[in-house]
Design a binder for this molecule. Structure first.
Ligand SMILES: NC(=O)c1ccc[n+]([C@@H]2O[C@H](COP(=O)([O-])OP(=O)(O)OC[C@H]3O[C@@H](n4cnc5c(N)ncnc54)[C@H](O)[C@@H]3O)[C@@H](O)[C@H]2O)c1
Length: 268
């Protein structure tokens, strides 16, 4: 029997990259998946891919930074037959910017998506997961939640907050004995469409003198060559495999923990 048979999962930011790969992996292992994204068309496409591989999923438009969106999504979920067991907080935003000229509003937007989004997900999902008999929350943080990086103050602050919020809520669940485990995953450089959203100026900020490149956008392979000790980027599927491990019963003694997947970036 597939390990997530009879279980349902909600994944945010599931229209692209790690969220899409995670949705596909959970569904391939038997989970019913609520594929959520603020870009509904991209969530629809992920659902098509899941259905195409014989899985079960439905797409939901959800901006993680808007509490009303969570309430609406759960209104729909509560009226269905599937009980929630797994939440993956994956939606995220990164910015590269000079901290001394960056408008405050940009920091607030990063915090609203990365921190408030993960908080709202846990606030609304964990009581439901507990009611369904227990399960797991996986928050996608970053190695930037473990170490600093110049011109990434907002992103580092947000991912560090996700890391500590994970631990605090894991202990709150443990206090309640509600059988909900909460862990964070910290990728380094992952080959997803996120990198192409940064322009050449930002590439210079990220890579410094080691990263001169011809393309107009940030090339993930150039980044990996310059910054990852093993020289290659992770695939989204590799991150998804770790999320599935943390969501599974094999990980039943793991809570409040962080798993780093970074090709050695934080090993020094
Ligand atoms: N790609 C990497 O190298 C890397 C490294 C470390 C951590 N991460 C983290 O992994 C997560 C996923 O990143 P990715 O690389 O797959 O990015 P991606 O750009 O491929 O996908 C992100 C998805 O999130 C959605 N999204 C953005 N804002 C949203 C919001 N407010 N509400 C709902 N959906 C929203 C986007 O529409 C998109 O579909 C992020 O939290 C990111 O910070 C990525």
């Amino acid at each position: 029997m597939s390990q997530f048979e009879g279980k349902a999962a909600l994944v945010t930011g599931a229209g692209s990259g790690i969220g899409r790969a995670t949705s596909l992996a959970l569904a391939a292992d038997g989970a019913y998946v609520w594929v959520t994204d603020f870009d509904k068309a991209s969530a629809d496409r992920t659902v098509e891919m899941i259905v195409g591989q014989g899985g079960r999923a439905v797409s939901v438009k959800l901006d993680v930074s808007v509490e009303k969106d969570w309430q609406t999504a759960f209104g729909r979920i509560d009226s269905g037959e599937e009980a929630l067991s797994i939440l993956v907080n994956c939606a995220g935003k990164s910015i590269l910017a000079d901290s001394f000229t960056m408008p405050l509003e940009e920091l607030r937007r990063v915090m609203a998506i990365n921190v408030e989004g993960a908080f709202l997900g846990m606030k609304h999902a964990i009581p439901r997961i507990a009611k369904s008999g227990g399960g797991a929350v996986i928050n996608i943080s970053s190695i930037m939640g473990l170490k600093g990086k110049a011109r990434m103050a907002a992103y580092c602050a947000s991912k560090g907050a996700v890391r500590m919020m994970t631990k605090a809520i894991a202990l709150e669940c443990a206090d309640l004995k509600n059988n909900v485990r909460v862990n964070s995953v910290h990728p380094g450089v992952v080959d997803t469409p996120a990198w192409a959203k940064h322009d050449a100026d930002e590439a210079g900020m990220m890579l410094g003198s080691s990263g001169k490149q011809a393309s107009a956008t940030l090339d993930v392979h150039a980044v990996a060559k310059a910054l990852v000790p093993i020289g290659v980027a992770a695939s989204a599927e590799e991150i998804a495999a770790t999320v599935c491990f943390l969501a599974s019963d094999v990980a039943r003694h793991i809570t409040g923990a962080e798993i780093v997947i970074d090709g050695g970036m934080t090993a020094d």
